[in-house]
Design a protein around this ligand. Structure first.
Ligand SMILES: [Zn+2]
Length: 397
């Protein structure tokens, strides 16, 4: 029974992420290879062959590029609108959103705290203080999924280094497009998320029914490797989102569906249309699942490991009482005395492994990770980064 397969596709091109994905698959052997690696890693997490090393909350630095045409002043969204968006993200990715209480009882045990938070950058790429917002004037009437908003020379704004910052571009998008993301594994110069200015945040020019900040939640879900919950198979029920705990569903849902909505023989509970990775109105979506959180973990300990490493090092530096000179000392990590000291000599890049045990010891988030776990993570991420760099530089672009 595939009722929704008979419904027409949404008239609005709500999310352009799969368009970008297919374009990159066609154009880039590098992307295809990277996607295969990333999917393989995600599968290892899903099947339990690997598991998340990270326990603590990770904070991802964000830069918001407001690209606006002076003829349309509302495109120059204010700081309050930007901050309202960050607030939504920090609730949604921690399952701290008030509307999570609306998750049907049968799925409440699946609701996940992804242990991810977002903060506007306080230092720009040169190390200077910043509010984490750039404002760029453009003479363009609007943008599409062709990435022109991501470069100054095509009327947009250049990204900040995408291995250190989540780049969010806010602009006028055309054709009913609410936003699009680039999955991990793509070109660094176009890595990030683009969001329509009227679907950004909860104040200012944000317009109903997309004024709940959930377009960014959805698109950042893609940026962290989540697929659409229906598997983009045009109602065929043959493809899913490669997450075990989300029911297979035929196609996207829109508006505010009534529970249950059964497709693909997924009764009695039907589609999990209240998931952030469906297409429903902002006020009708309010959950990620544990399986989705695990897939994000695989991404953050793989293709996006630079954020985890930077966070660890940053945590070590943060307390004023822990001068940098202490970092290399093994004695600075008394949190897990029963763990025999690991020999750090095998690690190829000495700076990060030396700093990480100090991060564990200082326990910046109230979580003292075991040294051995941190070192295992660092060894994994360093090899991932090296592999990734090797492939990217071989692309000859
Ligand atoms: Zn999407």
């Amino acid at each position: 029974m595939t009722q929704s397969a008979n419904f027409p596709a949404p008239a609005r091109d709500i999310c352009g992420t799969m368009l970008v994905h297919r374009r990159l698959l066609n154009d880039s052997m590098t992307y295809r290879a990277q996607r295969a690696r990333i999917e393989n890693r995600a599968l290892q997490y899903e099947t339990g062959r690997r598991s998340a090393v990270r326990n603590e909350v990770l904070t991802i630095p964000v830069v918001v590029h407001v690209v606006h045409n002076p003829a349309h002043p509302e495109q120059n969204v204010g700081d309050a609108q930007v901050h309202s968006q960050i607030d939504v993200l920090n609730r949604d990715f921690r399952a701290a959103n008030a509307d999570v209480s609306q998750v049907p009882e049968v799925w409440r045990p699946l609701v996940a705290d992804a242990r991810i938070e977002f903060a506007l950058a306080t230092r720009d790429p040169l190390g200077n203080p910043t509010e984490g917002i750039t404002r760029i004037e453009t003479d363009r009437d609007g943008f599409d999924t062709s990435d022109t908003v991501k470069a100054a020379e095509t009327g947009g704004a250049d990204p900040w280094p995408s291995d250190q910052f989540l780049n969010l571009w806010v602009c006028q998008l055309q054709g009913g497009l609410l936003g699009y993301a680039q999955f991990p594994g793509g070109p660094p110069q176009t890595d990030g998320v683009v969001i329509l200015h009227t679907a950004f945040g909860t104040t200012g020019c944000a317009a109903s029914p997309f004024d709940g900040g959930r377009t960014a939640t959805h698109e950042i879900g893609h940026w962290l490797d989540l697929l659409h919950i229906w598997g983009d198979d045009d109602g065929a029920c043959s493809n899913d989102d490669r997450v075990g705990d989300t029911p297979n569903q035929a196609s996207s849902n829109t508006g505010k569906p009534a529970f249950p909505h059964v497709t693909c023989d997924n009764g009695p509970n039907g589609d999990m249309f209240m998931n952030y990775m469906d297409y429903v109105d902002d006020e009708a979506m309010f959950m990620f699942t544990r399986g989705q959180s695990e897939r994000m973990d695989a991404c953050l300990e793989g293709a996006r490991a630079s954020f985890v490493v930077a966070h660890q090092v940053g945590t070590a530096k943060a307390p004023a009482a822990a001068p940098a000179a202490e970092a290399p000392s093994e004695a600075a990590a008394p949190a897990a005395p029963s763990v025999p000291p690991q020999a750090p000599a095998a690690a190829p890049a000495p700076a990060a492994p030396a700093a990480a045990p100090a991060a564990a010891a200082t326990g910046g988030n109230g979580h003292a990770a075991h040294d051995s776990e941190v070192e295992r993570l660092l060894r994994e991420v360093l090899s991932e980064v090296q592999d990734a760099l090797g492939i990217v530089t071989g692309d000859g672009r």
